[in-house]
Design a protein around this ligand. Structure first.
Ligand SMILES: [Zn+2]
Length: 95
């Protein structure tokens, strides 16, 4: 499993940058991360065919490393989502 060796969140551009051990660098907008939240509540919303609401100016305020992934804390107070590294890779690949 690939893991990022550097994680950088930029509050001004609202972009999370992940540098993977194989040299790839990926950038994910904070609002996109929020819409893709991995918590059970947000998964249910998407399973129901709905879209998780995220303000365009939502920002990522903290990242808690969990070993297999990261818990992402957002400026709207949502902090339940733990994003496995593989899931973060898929968010990027999904465009
Ligand atoms: Zn969520």
């Amino acid at each position: 499993m690939s893991t990022p060796h550097e994680i950088r969140s930029d509050a001004s551009t609202r972009v999370l940058t992940l540098r993977w051990t194989d040299g790839r660098e990926q950038q994910i907008p904070h609002a996109k991360l929020r819409r893709a939240c991995a918590c059970s509540e947000c998964r249910r919303i998407r399973l129901d065919g709905l879209v998780v609401q995220a303000a365009p100016d939502v920002t990522l305020v903290d990242v808690h490393l969990m070993g297999y992934g990261a818990q992402l804390i957002f400026s709207d107070g949502h902090a339940r989502g733990i994003y496995p590294w593989r899931y973060l890779e898929q968010i990027v690949e999904a465009g």
